[in-house]
Design a protein around this ligand. Structure first.
Ligand code: 5GP
Ligand code: MN
Length: 342
């Protein structure tokens, strides 16, 4: 049970509520935000969900998506400030550091509203007035479910709200295969099924809704871009800006690619480095004891979870790749001896 006394008091009367989540929201970021928004609206609150960037088309089916405001610095700053000025409560979902919401971070830091963090990333920054921070949780959507339940409102979870939450839990557990997939997770899914969610429809909307071009891009990446370094049990992929252009890559088209690198037998560490507009964005994944959040924090200005983390580099792509490769010898012993379970 979560201690929801303070939150309950905060939501006692109708509030104006601002919900935000991390840069390039994934299914857990958007699903937990829209699930919470759906619930809060049913309770009579006025809610605006603001994302710090756009997000993949395969998330646009989520109920409430049509009302999401995407922050575009230089274009709708005034509007965002107005919404923030008017809100009483500000929820921060699925991130633990204000740097993860780009320019929106400063707006949130300055906002006078009561800030509530709901998150499962490691090392939370202390910017919230009320924090539900549980790095052992499988997904932020899991925490949102529990908080609604502990507020005594599980009966208000409609199939629409449930499907947003299910999407977050399904994706952040890697479709129920990561070690975070606890008994509790499965029990929550059982509750969501009772609430009437269509689990296979959610799966199909997220995983089986690729464009033909995205699939061709995947073929190209696997055939020509995947590098396997057996001596380090490591595999990586580096994608140039030209290659992204050539395949008309859209937001979300590179999501999940890193998992293919990790799916090779014997590989315990995988990375993908992508040359984005202002920086090289990196995703790290591991199996077992090797901590990619620590690796990313130490070397690539990032963080996340033990087995899934992200980072950033402001070097040219080639230099970032070279630095990544130069780091591997330092970790060789760990990478070849690390147990496969945590
Ligand atoms: P992804 O590789 O899918 O972008 O992110 C993997 C996990 O690490 C997610 O939980 C994501 O929120 C987190 N993450 C991604 N990029 C960063 C980053 O630059 N800094 C931190 N602290 N976490 C990140
Ligand atoms: Mn998450």
């Amino acid at each position: 049970m979560h201690d929801v006394t303070a939150l309950k008091a905060l939501l006692q009367e109708p509030r104006r509520i601002f919900i935000t989540t991390h840069h390039k929201p994934d299914a857990d970021a958007l699903g937990s935000s829209l699930g919470l928004a759906g619930y809060l609206r049913k309770k009579g609150h006025q809610v605006t969900v603001v994302t710090p960037s756009d997000y993949p088309d395969f998330l646009s089916w989520m109920p409430g998506n049509e009302d999401v405001v995407v922050f575009e610095p230089g274009r709708n700053d005034r509007r965002i400030q107005d919404i923030l000025d008017q809100c009483d409560v500000l929820f921060c979902l699925d991130f633990s550091a204000l740097g993860r919401i780009n320019e929106l971070g400063e707006y949130v830091r300055r906002a006078r509203a009561t800030k509530v963090l709901i998150d499962h990333h490691e090392q939370p920054e202390p910017f919230a007035d009320l924090a539900f921070s549980f790095p052992s949780a499988a997904a932020t959507a899991e925490l949102v479910f529990e908080i609604i339940r502990d507020l005594g409102d599980q009966a208000l979870i409609t199939p629409e709200i449930g499907e947003c939450l299910y999407a977050g839990i399904m994706t952040d557990t890697g479709s129920f295969r990561h070690p975070s997939t606890s008994r509790n997770v499965h029990m929550i899914i059982a509750e969501l099924l009772d609430a009437g969610i269509n689990l296979s429809a959610v799966h199909r909307r997220i995983y089986d809704s690729h464009s033909e071009e995205r699939l061709r891009f995947l073929g190209f990446v696997l055939k020509d871009k995947l590098r396997v370094l057996r001596e380090y049990n490591t595999a990586y992929i580096a994608i140039t800006a030209d290659e992204l252009r050539q395949y008309h890559s859209k937001t979300g088209d590179t999501e999940g690619l890193v998992n293919f690198a990790l799916s090779i037998e014997g590989i315990v560490f995988a990375a993908i480095l992508i040359d984005r507009v202002n920086a090289v964005k990196i995703s790290f994944r591991s199996v077992g004891e090797f901590s990619v959040s620590e690796f990313s924090r130490r070397h690539f200005n990032g963080g996340g979870h033990h087995n899934a983390a992200g980072g950033i580099s402001y070097e040219p792509l080639d230099a970032a790749v070279q630095r990544f490769l130069d780091l591997l010898p330092e970790y060789q012993t760990q990478l070849v001896t690390a147990p496969l379970t945590v």
